[in-house]
Write a protein that binds this ligand. Structure first.
Ligand SMILES: NC(=O)c1ccc[n+]([C@@H]2O[C@H](COP(=O)([O-])OP(=O)(O)OC[C@H]3O[C@@H](n4cnc5c(N)ncnc54)[C@H](OP(=O)(O)O)[C@@H]3O)[C@@H](O)[C@H]2O)c1
Length: 267
């Protein structure tokens, strides 16, 4: 009866992770969400799947993660098999800015990076540390952080995407963190990995003009590296592939970022 905890499950890939995982009745799935009462789709899903449990947790609030881990521990006898840390927040206002446009003042620079760093770096640390005692007692012993191929320097150089600095830097830091955790936890048989889910259309409803423009910009730049790229994956396609990678995780992959293909093909 494998148990899974997934962060950031109100929408997008997080919602799709718990949707696919809860389809197997033998899985016990804990959907961590910042605001359970407003997570309409998640609540509807949980109403159909008795093995899906909604737990409040904000990855930028360590005490909420400790409380979530305690709640899960009380229903799993202190264990958890797989942690999938999927949540992220960024400041969309700073996404268009280039590195040379980061302000030359301390508060402005900290503000520029705050949302991305709080979630992708500190959130990854706090989520891991809150759940580590449960993972140590689990059978599968897997910790997965959802990262992004656009934090790979080869992708940045090959596509020429110079903006979206806060997000790429915070996810790059997450990838190094994954290597550090893997170095610490490998002797305990715990695998820690970063997985890039590919380029996925997780926008709900009609896209505003600026989102459409951002997608066109990204496609144009991605095609410098991948000329045959048609467009984005669906959440269903991406999550199915990521879960196959999680299932088959090898000792060689621990400590690294791998793609939804299990290699370094980020598209
Ligand atoms: N979509 C892509 O093409 C793509 C590509 C590469 C990597 N990724 C990665 O895949 C993951 C999911 O992406 P997505 O496209 O599904 O993102 P998304 O649609 O923006 O969803 C983000 C989720 O994270 C939650 N969240 C944000 N801040 C949180 C916090 N402090 N605590 C708990 N939950 C929080 C949001 O919930 P609220 O309702 O509470 O805001 C939401 O459920 C992210 O790590 C992202 O970097 C995505």
């Amino acid at each position: 009866m494998p148990s899974y905890a997934v962060t950031g499950t109100s929408r997008g890939l997080g919602l799709e992770f718990v949707k696919q995982l809860s389809l197997a009745p033998s899985n016990t799935v804990f959907a961590l969400v910042r605001n359970p009462s407003s997570a309409t789709s998640l609540n509807q899903l949980a109403a159909q799947h008795p093995n899906l449990h909604i737990i409040q947790a904000d990855i930028t609030d360590p005490q909420s993660l400790v409380a979530a881990a305690a709640q899960i521990s009380s229903s799993t006898n202190g264990t958890l098999d797989v942690l999938i840390n999927n949540a992220v927040s960024t400041n969309t206002a700073v996404a268009p800015l280039l590195p040379s446009q980061i302000p030359l003042d301390v508060a402005g620079t900290q503000d520029f990076f705050k949302a991305a760093t709080d979630s992708a770096l500190y959130g990854a640390i706090w989520t891991t540390n809150a759940f580590l005692p449960l993972i140590e007692k689990g059978n599968a012993k897997k910790i997965v952080h959802i990262s992004t191929g656009i934090a790979d320097p080869k992708v940045i150089k090959g596509t020429g995407i110079a903006n979206v600095v806060d997000y790429a830097v915070a996810k790059g830091a997450m990838n190094v963190l994954v290597a550090k955790y893997a170095a610490e936890l490998e002797p305990k048989g715990i695998k820690v990995v970063a997985i890039s889910p590919g380029w996925v259309d997780t926008w709900e409803g009609e896209k505003p003009a600026e989102v459409g423009e951002f997608i066109r910009f990204t496609l144009e730049h991605f095609r410098k590296l991948w000329p045959d790229l048609k467009g984005q994956l669906t959440p269903e396609e991406s999550v199915k592939m990521v879960l196959e990678v999680v299932e088959a995780l090898s000792p060689e992959q621990t400590g690294f970022m791998v793609s939804h293909h299990g290699d370094e093909n980020w598209i």
